[in-house]
Design a protein. Structure first.
Length: 344
């Protein structure tokens, strides 16, 4: 009996070793810096006044009916009808957005959770005259969790579209990662950079999607990285605009900024108001929440909502307008934000 128990235990141990060994071997290991291929459709050069839109489309799987298991909910994948309906409406909204530069987060390509649709290709059809590039931050041939409805195959990342011709598009790895083996199944956080020639210098537009479920240390490391990058570019005489899903609420946004019966969530962290010099600007629409709690389905006034999406701009950039569209989180758990800027 002892020998049989020992054999079973050894067999289980070998299976576990093979499982984690395989995922360690195939783990997505992007370089710290990667020049991206730009699909060039337009050779227009950037002007001194333009608009940028940032939106986390949540792979069309985070609509109002999703209570996501990573946030404490019960579901992982949407059903196909929900996903397709969300994506069709997201495309319609994108088609109505009059932005010169579009920054998107959580765009899927050939992923189980979005029913193997190439969302990047379909969105490119909307922005036919835009230059575009994509940087991946979530690549895994099969995520077996949760066991009742596995995430499965995932290929996802950040996308940038631009009416203007970039001189370079690049992916930067954001620092910090979960410990092994958790890191095998989490996103490899990154930011995308587009550089545009303007006069004798450059306009730097960055699309970021920072960590979400850590206790705050990863996000702190990432914010320091972004800070150092931004200050270096500004010191070189460039204009700097950084937008995206920061996964941290903006300075001055208190926990009870928007009314809800649910209350503040444990994952909520705040950007340090002293992170950047005083002449740098955190820009957001204070009237509209851009993110909701996803542990329960969305109901206005019940879910905790806050502002995680917006922009950081350098002192040599003038903000002409900022607005978020209140879409009531119908098709994704974030609202799009649009900013109009003028280079000084």
């Amino acid at each position: 009996m002892f020998k049989w128990i020992l054999r079973i235990l050894i067999f289980i141990f070998v299976l576990i070793a093979i499982f984690f060994g395989y995922y360690t071997f195939i783990d997505f290991k992007p370089s710290d810096y990667q020049i991206l291929k730009v699909e060039e459709k337009n050779k227009t050069y950037i002007d001194d006044e333009f608009t940028i839109v940032s939106w986390n489309i949540g792979y069309a799987g985070m609509g109002k009916n999703m209570d996501y298991f990573m946030d404490g909910g019960t579901r992982n994948n949407p059903n196909e009808e929900e996903s397709l309906n969300n994506f069709e409406n997201i495309k319609k909204i994108l088609g109505s957005i009059n932005g010169d530069i579009i920054l998107l987060q959580e765009v899927d390509i050939d992923s189980k959770r979005s029913f193997y649709i190439n969302q990047y290709d379909e969105i490119k059809e909307i922005f036919k005259d835009y230059n575009s590039s994509m940087g991946f931050n979530y690549v895994n041939p099969y995520i077996p969790f949760p066991f009742n409805d596995p995430i499965g195959k995932v290929n996802a990342g950040l996308v940038e579209f631009s009416k203007y011709k970039p001189i370079l598009s690049a992916r930067y790895k954001l620092p910090g990662e979960y410990k092994w083996p958790l890191k095998l199944f989490h996103l490899d956080r990154c930011m995308l950079e587009m550089r545009f020639a303007f006069k004798d210098r450059e306009v730097i537009v960055i699309n970021t999607h920072n960590s979400a479920f850590d206790k705050g240390n990863l996000r702190k490391e990432q914010m320091e990285f972004i800070k150092n990058k931004a200050l270096k570019e500004y010191e070189n005489g460039n204009w700097v605009i950084i937008g995206g899903d920061w996964n941290m609420k903006f300075p001055e946004i208190t926990d009870d900024f928007f009314e809800s019966t649910q209350g503040v969530q444990s994952w909520v962290k705040t950007i340090d108001e002293n992170l950047m010099p005083e002449d740098w600007k955190w820009v957001y629409d204070s009237k509209v929440p851009t993110s909701r709690s996803a542990d329960i389905v969305y109901e206005k006034g019940v879910n905790y909502t806050t502002i995680l999406d917006g922009f950081l701009v350098s002192p040599n950039v003038e903000v002409l307008n900022i607005s978020a569209d209140d879409l009531q989180f119908e098709f994704t758990d974030h609202n799009p934000v649009k900013i109009k800027l003028k280079l000084k």
